[in-house]
Design a protein. Structure first.
Length: 246
């Protein structure tokens, strides 16, 4: 089983040590994972901070098994960072964009230009784009619908599948749109399955963000035990969707 939604780095007031997180995944018996850095949400973050975190992980864990995604934010362009250079420096296996944490207002010409570069690169080099979705309007499943249509060869993954009915509509409209199970309820997963899109769903946990919210609810649980819970949930979802590939 592959966990397609893992995070490392700073999340709000907690720093999740990158190597510790990936070691927990490795020790759990998971065949591999996809990870990106939540340090990308930090105010004023510079790309070299993210680069350092990812380089630290890939020096110990094979990027062909534990796959880093480049969480691209609009301000990287002002730093002179572009997608091709970043991909040449580090063997990223995909791209992440987060329209709630980062301002991707897509009627701003410079942002549109960056988005075209990202989706075109994903299309040309056959790498996925993982897109945060949520209930806040600007991170709705159809936020980047124009690009789903313009780049039909780009594999676009709607993280969280929220809201679920809007996500299902994107599945119906675009064959290149997928989703993942990170913080996806069983009831909403069942809606996706009943709509006929079980084959569009990837298994992802959002660990260690799951641990963060356990702590917020005053649950005293170790990182390893939290991931044991997350892995068990993924195994249950694997049975529901009937597949174990990525």
């Amino acid at each position: 089983m592959i966990d397609t939604h893992i995070h490392i780095g700073q999340f709000r007031e907690i720093f999740y040590n990158p190597s510790e997180i990936i070691q927990i995944i490795s020790d759990s018996g998971i065949k591999g994972c996809v990870y990106s850095s939540t340090t990308s949400c930090k105010d004023g973050v510079k790309y070299h901070e993210i680069q350092k975190e990812i380089e630290g992980v890939i020096s110990h864990f094979s990027p062909s098994i534990f796959k880093p995604y480049l969480w691209f934010i609009p301000s990287y362009k002002a730093e002179g960072i572009n997608i091709e250079d970043a991909m040449n420096d580090i063997p990223y296996k995909g791209i992440k964009i987060h329209p709630y944490a980062n301002d991707w207002t897509n009627n701003i010409p410079k942002n549109n230009n960056i988005l075209h570069e990202l989706f075109e690169y994903a299309s040309d080099f056959n790498i996925p784009i993982l897109i945060h979705t949520g209930e806040n309007g600007k991170d709705a499943p159809n936020t980047f619908e124009y690009f789903f249509n313009q780049y039909p060869k780009a594999k676009c993954i709607l993280a969280h599948c929220r809201p679920v009915l809007e996500t299902i509509e994107m599945f119906r409209t675009y064959k290149n749109v997928y989703g993942d199970t990170a913080f996806l309820s069983k009831a909403n997963l069942q809606k996706i399955i009943q709509a006929g899109f079980a084959d569009r769903i990837l298994l992802g946990s959002d660990f260690p963000i799951t641990h963060y919210f356990s702590q917020r609810q005053n649950e005293k649980i170790t990182l390893q035990n939290r991931y044991n819970v997350d892995k068990s949930t993924l195994e249950g979802y694997k049975e529901l969707i009937g597949k174990d590939e990525y």
